[in-house]
Design a protein. Structure first.
Length: 173
């Protein structure tokens, strides 16, 4: 018999990740993610339902998630479902089903750069200050001509195709 325990979600973090260490030194991070489902009812009304997921990451993934993820960021989480039970201080039996993360991808643009995780990649402000030529007075005739030409009108033959911006909220899953 085949078995499969796999969870994949894309959603927004509902709280900042909380990094802790077990007594034996293992890193563990927990955070919440909200996912939305939108549909149109039979009567034509737009409906929306939000699900809240508890996510737990262990080891190096826990430390990285704590660095790059923040409340409000959009993230892709992949892992397995695990339910744990315990008895609360008031004697009631409690249960919680969590996603044990095996892969996390930060999807918010600010998530990757706000903590300096992209040290090897120059930021826009760093690349703006880099000279394109080492000696500006030795420009070739060709570079002088291209500098003085105005940009071709929209739809012109020299326009490069524009990338279509994808809104993650428009993805139907």
């Amino acid at each position: 018999m085949l078995n499969l325990n796999r969870a994949q979600i894309i959603g927004n973090l509902t709280r900042d990740p909380e990094l802790r260490y077990t007594p034996n030194g293992q890193a563990v991070t927990s955070f919440g993610v909200a996912t939305n489902r939108r549909w149109t009812s039979k009567s034509g009304e737009q409906q929306e339902q939000t699900e809240f997921h508890d996510v737990v990451a262990w080891g190096k993934l826990a430390e990285i998630a704590n660095q790059i993820l923040h409340k409000g960021n959009k993230a892709y989480i992949e892992g397995r479902l695990q339910t744990r039970s315990w008895e609360s201080q008031d004697g009631q039996k409690r249960q919680r089903t969590e996603i044990i993360a095996e892969n996390i991808i930060a999807l918010s643009p600010k998530a990757a750069t706000s903590e300096g995780v992209t040290d090897s990649m120059p930021t826009k402000t760093e690349t703006e200050n880099v000279p394109t030529e080492t000696t500006p007075e030795k420009k070739t005739e060709k570079s002088k001509k291209t500098e003085s030409k105005p940009a071709s009108p929209a739809g012109g033959p020299k326009d490069e195709p524009k990338e279509e911006e994808i809104n993650l909220d428009d993805i139907p899953f």
